[in-house]
Design a protein around this ligand. Structure first.
Ligand code: PEP
Length: 249
């Protein structure tokens, strides 16, 4: 009932030419995969060429961040309207690297999510605990705080259009994947948060992706968890064959 999503987050990797080359190699590898949605999120500068290269395929293009205002004197920022006009249909919001290095807060996550929705983009809203928070037994506390500040203020109609991603910060780019059981437990907890705020129907239809060192050899175990609806993939998404193996797990 919930269509899985596999989204590649390229972070600050690949030039426009490299992005076009990736899509040229990747598209045929996933051409017959129709059980999932496939999204590639290149750096802003490579969005237009990626949109061109993905045209006519089953691959959608997203951005890695967005600003919440439409336009104005905000040097370096890109609005949701601009992303939509450039051909993006998805955007990652609240990635832990944005939270950690660029001052992203639950409040800015909320504003960015609303702006993305207003422009017709599907936001992938990331939440996740840091290692010291997990070790201090604060995982549920962190997740419920991020949910309350970043997502609970959406209307039910708005919430129905977003995708969540559980990304334990200690598993991102570290090669240390959460076990399927740890991921499954966090996903269950997040789904319960959705149920409490938005009701059972929305809870059943809401897609929650896992992110954190997803690789071809661990995706099957993760996807066996009933509350896990796909993956947000960083490092492994840079390689067409690896990402295709994840999508076609
Ligand atoms: C990410 O960037 O969202 C991510 C999960 O990275 P990695 O797969 O490299 O851990």
């Amino acid at each position: 009932m919930r269509k899985p999503v596999f989204a590649g987050n390229w972070k600050m990797f690949k030039t426009p030419t490299e992005a076009a080359g990736f899509l040229h190699d990747f598209a045929p590898l996933v051409a017959s995969s129709n059980r999932s949605e496939i999204v590639i999120c290149p750096p802003f500068i490579a969005v237009p060429i990626a949109v061109d290269a993905a045209r006519g395929s089953n691959i959608a293009i997203g951005a890695q961040d967005v600003f919440w205002l439409k336009e104005g004197a905000y040097t370096g920022e890109v609005s949701a309207t601009m992303l939509a006009a450039a051909g993006c249909s998805w955007v990652i919001v609240g990635h832990s690297e944005r939270r950690q290095y660029f001052g992203e807060t639950d409040e800015s996550v909320f504003k960015k999510t609303v702006a993305a929705l207003d422009a017709g983009l599907t936001p992938i809203v990331c939440v996740g605990e840091r290692l010291e928070e997990r070790e201090a037994g604060m995982t549920e506390n962190v997740l419920s705080t991020q949910f309350a500040g970043g997502l609970a203020g959406l209307t039910p109609d708005q919430f129905a259009k977003i995708v969540m991603a559980y990304e334990p910060v200690w598993a991102i780019g570290t090669g240390r994947t959460a076990t399927p059981e740890i991921a499954g437990e966090a996903h269950r907890f997040l789904r319960d948060q959705v149920r409490s705020r938005f009701g059972d129907q929305t809870c059943q239809s809401c897609r929650i992706l896992y992110g954190g060192s997803v690789k071809p050899d661990n995706i099957k175990g993760l996807m066996a968890q009933p509350d896990l609806d796909g993956a947000l993939v960083g490092g492994a998404s840079l390689d067409p064959a690896a990402l295709a193996a994840i999508v076609n797990f």
